[in-house]
Ligand binder design. Sequence first.
Ligand SMILES: [Mg+2]
Length: 197
Amino acid sequence: MSDITENIIGWRKLEEFWSELAKKLEKKDNIFQVADFDYTLFSRDEQFTGIPELLNNRADKWPAYLFENYGMIEFLEKYYKNHPLPKGIIEKFDPSRDIIMTAGGSKDFQIAKVRSCPELNDFRVVLTYDGKEKIPELIRYILFELRYIPSEIIVYEDRPQYFVEYRDFVEETLWTKLTVMKVEMDGNEGYKSIGEV
Ligand SMILES: [Mg+2]
């Protein structure tokens, strides 16, 4: 856990602090939902077919490649604009409460992709540097933005490993239940599977 919650205070004290804060918050009998973006709400299959060079650039190099060789505006217009999201997950979401949480080394690239999708206009978006940082950011979001403890948190993810690994930690810190749903998209046509892990 140390590398996830490390900061100048020290992770053990932080865990205790989070947990004490959580105890003081009101518990509400409702479900708070979080969805990842890439390959959970939006498939990138089309862009990898259209720009095969992306496959030769490691994940952290995509944004630089697109900025320098393709043009980010052109990329967003071609591969995000007028690309309706598949239903299935987003239709279960309530924009007054539920959020999108997405990781990307280039925050501008990541937020611009999400904001190119009109269906997500009303949702709050939380950006993290990588998948692992989603764990402390989820806890902080509940404590400091939502400011109540939902009876259940449901996370939708195509790569749910950190939520599975740290499920007990999240549940013990926030005194609630964390349900993790693994998602497999079928391009942007829909979903091959959505199931609890
Ligand atoms: Mg993803």
